[in-house]
Ligand binder design. Sequence first.
Ligand code: SF4
Length: 431
Amino acid sequence: MSQTIETCENDEPPSCLNEILEAEEEPPGLKAVLPNHPLAAAASSILPFPLHRRKKEQKNVLTREFRKKFYPGISAREWNDWHWQVANRVRTADRLQAMLSLSSEEKQALGQTGIKLPFSVTPYYLSLVPADDPGHPMRRAVVPTIHELTRGPGEADDPLGEEFQSPVHGLVHRYPDRVLFLVHDFCSTYCRYCTRSRVVGHGSLNANQARLEQAIQYISATPTIRDVLLSGGDPLLLSDNKLEWLLARLRLIPHVEIIRIGTKIPAVLPQRVTPKLTRMLRRYHPLWMSLHFMHPDECTPETHRACDMLADAGIPLGSQTVLLNGINDDVATMKKLLHGLMKMRVRPYYLYQCDPITGSSHFRTPVARGLEILQGLRGHTSGYAVPTYVIDAPGGGGKIPLMPEAVTGREGDDLLLRNYEQRCFRYPDVN
Ligand code: SF4
């Protein structure tokens, strides 16, 4: 007797699979599996699981107090409107001084007219910055000091040589199969250690149609490009319509397999992640996101909610963190950040050695410290929580991963290895 086997023609799942999925029952839930648990008694249809749902209910008291104090007439609704946050960015020394007691190093930097990177912080992010501690990590990351006005040895405005690898203005083609597409140069909050401080906030990279079209044409005409990373500036500061236009154009290019968005929005402007945005984004899968975080205090309930919405839209989330002197360059702080990211369903992806941009010496750490941190993570926390530590090679050599030495030598056929506890082991290698 012959057997009929249903095949997956045209990438459609066999119809029997749909039937199986439809027939599948919902899991029974807490009430059924733990009937005597105190939470089960209170449970109706939605239980306070999983962890991210519980976290979502938490209120950010710090932010609420800040809003009441400095924006007394502003309702929670206005505060949570990302347009309001962008329109009310704090950009002047006078406005900042009304909220924080400025140190003389901050005052001097803010008083400079030729400061390389503009100053701008969202009210939301400023609400997380302590008013009377100029050394606080969050504050150092966004408020300029006179140290950024000094060019240290080996520093450059474009240390990665991006300008020499740009076939089109705002499009960096360094690796054969992927491009970095700088969609514009605008960020809601400027990080003082930004690798692209030569570009961002200067108004030279606009999201105008003609420039974007030029970049799209280049991608279209280069079949080796299978991965497009949208960055900037922050791509999520484009309007929903403009961003959708861009994603749709890229999706029409047959050889573009994945699109990635590099953004710091969940940390500095989580209000931007709206149901409308995530509904739009999920139409353009496979879409990935690299989220920029630098300190555990950035993992607030608002940020948690934004990451939840992105993850629920099916977007794989990875993090990028720059190793910064006195901000996150110790094992305890880094571990706290990485665990915070994991709880928000963000997979730690890259830990960057700070690029030698002009005025960055006060942020940069010895590479040995980065390796010590990796040593303190590997084996001491979940493997998923350990990012890859990289140096982006000056001059455009690309990312080079750095690892604490695990292979210590060889004796005959045996490979000598050192584990996370610094104990030595032999592995019988094959030739
Ligand atoms: S968000 Fe990114 S592009 Fe914008 S200032 Fe920070 S590091 Fe630079």
